[in-house]
Design a protein around this ligand. Sequence first.
Ligand code: LMR
Length: 396
Amino acid sequence: MFERFEVINPDAILMLLAAYRADPDPRKVDLGIGVYKDERGATPVLESVRRAERELIDAQATKSYVGAAGNLDFNREMEQLVFGAAHAALGSGRLKSVQTPGGCGALRLGAELIRRAAPETIVYVSTPTWANHPPLIAGSGLKLEYYPYFDPATGGVQFSAMMGALERLPPRAVVLLHASCHNPTGADLSQQEWRALLELVKRRSLVPFLDMAYQGLGEGVEEDAFAVRLFCAELPEVLVAVSCSKNFGVYRERTGVLHVLNDSAKAADATLSQLVRLARGIWSMPPDHGAEIVRLILGDAPHRELWARELGAMRERIQTLRRAAVAELRRACPQRDFSFIGRQRGMFSFLGISTEQVRALRSEHHVYMTDDSRVNIAGLREENLPYFARAVAQVI
Ligand code: LMR
């Protein structure tokens, strides 16, 4: 059966990770996979996570199954974190949540749900979007198309072109949106643009599918949830895929949740039954460890405060690095404008250099970024910034 297989490459982000790990050069700089790094270049376990994990290990009474909807207390805590405790959706009976293996699990489960409801649905994604969106969404059997998004000339969003394209979509088309910290470009909509988009979504009866993988790493926990909260206050149906990988630093614990807002409480009960059945048919039941850690943090005031401080420090470091990268690149390449990096948010920015230049950075300077020139800003350090900027100057 498998003899006709040919060897294929892993996806670009994972391939880069392997190449970086295999490079023995001490000057190497990893700006590839989206993992937060501190000033030493390490991705440490957060102290809030360590404390919660110790408690978990001491107190856990069983390793028995959690159930297909996952850890229900985690789901409730996540609803409060994502929507804010006072959000109307919370008490409405219209919101249902299922714990998933990471944000990827949430994206796939959401796509499977859409396919079950309306198999002909087309999901529209931004140009460009995260490299794993197409396989996750199209893997469910749904068709994928693109809408204009990033404007390389300004480093911002081509908002009119985006709105023009979405205006022409048929009713019930699904639009995948990055709630904040757009991956891979770092270019987000302003609050005013989100409001205008909401009106379009209402007028055209579109269904938003929001991917929120970086809550708290852009502007703040509340600020980054603006679009999710606005859309879920005003629309009948919304899907929200949430990842805890980055903001809790629990990457390998595969911790995420899918929230689905329904038109009525009755529809929500039916949706939940479908979600549970779908999840059962894919991963049966999600892993509990990461979810229980997150639940313990969010449910305990001192843990939560510590986590908020740690998350704030990560966010501020990224923002500081953005400013430092602009200054260092200005010094090294005065002929070129990189100021857009300072205006963008979250972990990623496109440098806007060619694939050949990216590959020269890799082969000649041991600086790793994806071929489209996406850099993980959190991979920079005070110590490697000048080296990085000089290397960029040498290839452009
Ligand atoms: C990234 O975009 O690098 C991260 O979201 C990690 C991943 O799985 O691709």
